[in-house]
Design a protein around this ligand. Sequence first.
Ligand SMILES: [Zn+2]
Length: 508
Amino acid sequence: MNKLFKKAVVTSLAVLFLVACDPIVDPTDSSTSPSNTDPDIIRPTTGIEVVDFYAVNDFHGAILENGNEPGLAKMATYLKEKKQINPEHTVLLSSGDMWQGSFEAYHSKGEVITEAMNNIGFDAMTIGNHEFDWGASYILENANKADFPFLGANIMKYPEWDEKSEVGVEYTILQKGALKIGVIGVIGQDQMTSICSRFVEDIYFSEQTPVIKSVANKLKRDHKVDIVILSIHADQDDVDYSIASGNYVDAVFNAHTHQVEQQVVNGIPYIQGGAKGQYVSYISLKFDYAKNKVVSTLKHENQSLVYKNIIADEEVSEIIDQYKEASDEAGAVYVGKATDYLDRYGTLVNLANYAAAQKAEEQGYDIDFVFANSAREYIDAGDIYYRDLFRGLPFDNAYYIVRAKGSDVLNQANRNYTYRVKDYGYINSNSYYTIAVLDYLILHQNIYKEYNYFSNYNPETDYLGFLDDSSDEPIYPRDLVKELFIKAPNQTINPAVYTGDRYNSITI
Ligand SMILES: [Zn+2]
């Protein structure tokens, strides 16, 4: 085979691969393509190479410095400095849940963080469960803006089950000096149950272990990578130890449970670095060219950024400032005054449920009960601004109006916060009731996509509508509470009024 022809075959195979496996990423972006390995690089036959991996997990939108959270600009300085130590052979990874958790990140739906990650020079990010909090469309939008691939090898299409979804690619291959480093990204299968199923209607997470093994094999056999890294949005206890034997992966970066943890299984280092930028996980591997494999772990540690004397990175500070102006303005809107604090396990949810009942009546529904789960944070007494409401009720959950079977109503009333709109002394298990209920609860499914909180729910016959705002979009709990404050005399609410028999007890 002449050289030119050979090259053409290789190129067309690479193109085929991109079309088959990687539809969401720009095919001209070589970072997700096995063809990015430069044939001109001369690979040493002896000697060693030190490869440094730094990873961040569960950053949760902690953009601004806040107490023991260093903020995005300081984290940027730290990572950029680390990269300079070993510029040819450093890999920067994220293991997911980067965006959701602050008003600043919410306001641009993750874009501010994606832009900062581009500037810092991240090599890949694994998609976490909270990346789905606003719907998969925002993952695709951010993926288009990112200079690095979003990984999700076990994110499949539903109801096809075994076809790869366009959300997340299976892996990326990074050329670092003469080395090819494959990074596999996976999300814990059971995390499907912590995402509002409205946002993942056409997505299914397949079992992670077989996917990790098959992608690792593919990387080693077909793409001849030198090192395989697993970046998994799941705790180390949630990763089957069998992947640490049989030559599948060389290191594992964990996430999701916010633990500062590390362990070694069969010589393979696992690590997770807390949350909110407080730690950077560091693994340094020694690669032996003659043996053609990783021969040891040189470093394996979580490095704390808490209260470290770090100067904020100027470029990332500028990116943050550009977005902050808009979020500051929206967050500074005055909502009203609370005469006591609003409890995340009580009055704040009660207020949201009461407001939902009022809205349901306004929109012509005759409802019996309202259901919601706990809020995210309590809110202090005193003046309340929109930013405060967001902290307490950050999720974009809609109140659905549905018919629910009495047995499901009774069952879920024990597990959630309930507002009794009408007087019921006795709930008949076999009767149906009209309820306003957060989409997260009514649509909750197990990993096999079966309804399991309201197991009798049938969307065909039971769905009646959802509470909406003036533009027919769902109105979220924080906005319902905001309306309630604005309508209250002097915009002042006494949370104690929203307690008592009607709340959290559906039978008298
Ligand atoms: Zn998570």
